[in-house]
Design a protein around this ligand. Sequence first.
Ligand code: ACO
Length: 379
Amino acid sequence: MATQNGSEEVRGLEGVVALSSELSSIDGEAGQLVYRGYDIYDLAENASFEEVVYLLWNGDLPTASQLDTLKSDLRAARELPDPVIDILRQTPDTAHPMAVLRTAVSALGLYDEEADADSPEANRRKATRLLARTPGIIAAYARLRNDEAPIAPLDEASMAYNFLYMLNGEEPGRAAEDTFDTCLVLHADHGLNASTFTSRVIGSTLSDMYSAVSGAIGALKGPLHGGANREVMRMLLDIDKKGADPTEYVQEKLANKERVMGFGHRVYRTMDPRAAILRDRVQALSEERNATKWYDYSMAILNTVKSEKGLDPNVDFFSASTYYMMGLDPDLFTPIFALSRSAGWTAHLLEQWTDNRLIRPRAAYVGKTGRTVTPIDER
Ligand code: ACO
């Protein structure tokens, strides 16, 4: 829209290049996602989440000994401060788990003596603490709201394995660990998405890492961003409960001008590669278990939205059925996304602070002008 001062609004900042980053790149036409030069298909197949964290934070994949050091740093940092557990205990059972995570991450900053220390080394230590503690927050809250005691992590296990263990109180199989680890790899970073942009804007004021990540969690919570995965599962469950035909269900939504969650993307003009990887996972899980209901519903929806609107699925579409088939509660889907994306948010903050400049765009003013104040008793 043209404005009084001649500046032009770019709605939703579409296509605007706000900064440079070495972390990840997206080719929206080709459906390609790359972390630091490595294609997401390669990483999903051949790297663990911890290796990807190292890659994002340091620029290269780790050697075996570098990976051991990262794992032992994460292990040493993961215990939650008691007051943070107390906050989780006092949180209502009905709270939105993303609101709980946002509050708990913010509270972590209160109990970190280095919260406002801004050396690169201190920021790196905080990134480690923040990432290491996020799984414990989500799992502890999920248990406490069901009147179950939080469970301490196992010593040697991966983050994926330990999260599932802390959540369910039983050791997951290797297949569940592998699927969950792949999900963490896929969600770790994604260019200048809304929550990452939020974290960099906050970081650019030279505020601290806990403030920036709390803000990012707030942005991710929204259903147009990470909150969509929970909405996708709600839709699938609703179809199932009503015994509806998924094609007709979605046709009706579109006819009512409603959005179908898990479809469309600001950057991709073809299938999100993360959705393609997860589609194959859901298909494999369904065939293994001889229970293809969620996959069948999902494919019927995919075909309908594609033919009626020309839209492709994004990462949230198939992550929903993947997590559900792993027995995870739908309202934990977005916190799990946050757990993985904490790697990306913190990597972006470390990058932002290597060459910081305040991020401060302009608004095109389209309001009234030239008014004068009438005394209050004459209005
Ligand atoms: N269902 C139905 N129609 C849609 C959808 C959808 N999911 N997404 C876009 N459209 C339509 C819009 O109605 C609009 O149509 P119109 O031109 O006829 O009005 C057109 O496509 C363009 O939509 P915009 O909202 O302008 O596209 P934008 O780039 O702003 O939005 C977004 C991207 C927010 C992801 C959008 O596609 C959407 O709302 N999707 C559903 C929510 C979702 O899945 N979010 C997760 C995204 S991935 C992530 O954040 C992890």
